[in-house]
Design a protein around this ligand. Structure first.
Ligand SMILES: [Ca+2]
Length: 275
């Protein structure tokens, strides 16, 4: 016959068992586990000045800080910049813009011998002020987890490839600025007008999956965690991939192979950043 003590004991056992089988989470306040990236968007090379792109129907709230993270595979990167996410206001070009640049000149690092491989830079614009930084583990034709972090506190910003911060110093931008709301978000093209003014030389050519934006600077440990495909991390607080209404023009959606391998069976290995 059950009594209160039996019920309490069963409840304790149930809680302990549940704790054992739950996937590992970065923090207990992030209960959204098993959110494996499922859909990727493919942006083909185009000579058109209007496509391909995703136009979001929503806007961003005012932002004193942000973190934008996405999985991205580039098939070609331009020395004009290949842009992933563009946010424009009628009166302000490049209110928030992130992308990747091909460095056209030979790269001489501040220490060590000249770098022989093709080098790429990640780039953030806020309020049309730009910060670029060399990220030596970025490679064309491979999936990478890219993160862009900016705060208006002294205009600090950081960029990450596969959970590793691009180590050279960045330019402080948009000190004390608050990114304005009521702008227009475009994925895969760089706006020079609201919702348009695209240039094919600045388009993203490749795949994008699981793009999220948070209204806070995430910690390096959180970013590294996300880059490891543990499928249990906070979703974007101000933009959540394919959860917002959008208009797609000449973009091909398909199931993604990002994080297709169970990372628990494939221990994470840091890319060799200094080879
Ligand atoms: Ca622009």
């Amino acid at each position: 016959m059950f009594c209160f003590r039996h019920i309490l004991f069963a409840a304790v056992i149930a809680v302990l068992s549940f704790g054992k089988v739950r996937p590992y989470c970065y923090k207990s306040e992030y209960p959204s586990c098993n959110l494996k990236p499922s859909i990727q968007a493919y942006f083909s090379e185009s000579t058109s000045y209007s496509a391909p792109h995703l136009l979001l129907e929503g806007t961003l709230p005012p932002l004193r800080h942000f973190t934008l993270c996405t999985w991205a595979k580039a098939w070609k990167v331009s020395d004009h910049g290949s842009f992933i996410f563009s946010y424009n206001l009628p009166q302000i070009d490049n209110e928030l813009l992130v992308g990747v640049y091909k460095v056209s000149s030979p790269y001489n690092p501040p220490y060590g011998p000249p770098y022989a491989k093709q080098v790429y830079e990640l780039s953030i614009h806020v309020y049309n002020q730009q910060s670029r930084v060399v990220c030596r583990n970025f490679v064309v034709g491979q999936w990478h987890h890219l993160c862009y972090v900016w705060t208006n506190v002294l205009g600090r910003n950081e960029m990450y490839v596969d959970g590793i911060r691009c180590v050279e110093s960045t330019t402080k931008i948009a000190v004390s600025y608050i990114i304005q709301t009521a702008g227009t978000c475009v994925i895969g093209q760089e706006q020079d007008a609201v919702g348009g003014g695209f240039d094919p030389k600045e388009a993203w050519i490749g795949e994008i999956a699981d793009l999220h934006i948070w209204n806070e600077p995430l910690l390096p440990s959180q970013i590294q965690y996300m880059s490891r495909c543990n499928f249990c991390y906070p979703r974007g607080t101000v933009f959540n991939w394919l959860r917002e209404p959008l208009i797609a023009k000449e973009v091909i959606f398909s199931a993604t192979d990002v994080c297709a391998i169970d990372i628990q069976a494939q221990p994470f290995q840091e890319p060799d950043q200094y080879d």
